[in-house]
Design a protein around this ligand. Structure first.
Ligand code: SF4
Length: 124
């Protein structure tokens, strides 16, 4: 019987744990972005949010100790509607969009239909 890697993980972890781990935005959780000058940011869409530099410290040190990256891994720290949303563990919103609008990676994602009331308020 042929098993896909995700099938093995589902058997080991359960579908809920796996979905919450791989679900939604992976910035700082599943990937990050590296700049030619050594700067590290949570995602390619946040090039102006530097969480460390590879010419000054190791990647593992940045990956494990950056306050921003550690916060991004805890969906219970999200603010606004994203922090209250029942889908936060399988979605979590776009952290780059939240950062672009609010200068805070933990803020609610203004691009989500569940935040449309906020968008109307901001448009006035
Ligand atoms: S409010 Fe929208 S963007 Fe935020 S976690 Fe819920 S579904 Fe995702």
């Amino acid at each position: 019987m042929w098993l896909q890697p995700t099938s093995i993980l589902v058997r080991l972890l359960g579908i809920k744990v796996l979905a919450e781990f791989i679900g939604g935005c992976g910035a700082g959780r599943l990937y990050c972005a590296l700049q030619p000058n050594g700067d590290v940011s949570p995602c390619v869409f946040m090039p102006n949010l530097t969480v460390g530099n590879l010419r000054e410290t190791s990647f593992m040190n940045i990956w494990h100790r950056s306050d921003v990256l550690v916060k991004l891994r805890d969906r219970n720290q999200l603010h606004g509607n994203c922090g209250l949303c029942e889908y936060r563990f399988i979605c979590g919103g776009c952290r780059a969009r939240a950062f672009a609008y609010f200068n805070d990676v933990l803020e609610q994602d203004p691009g989500c239909i569940r935040n449309s009331q906020y968008q109307k308020l901001k448009a006035v």
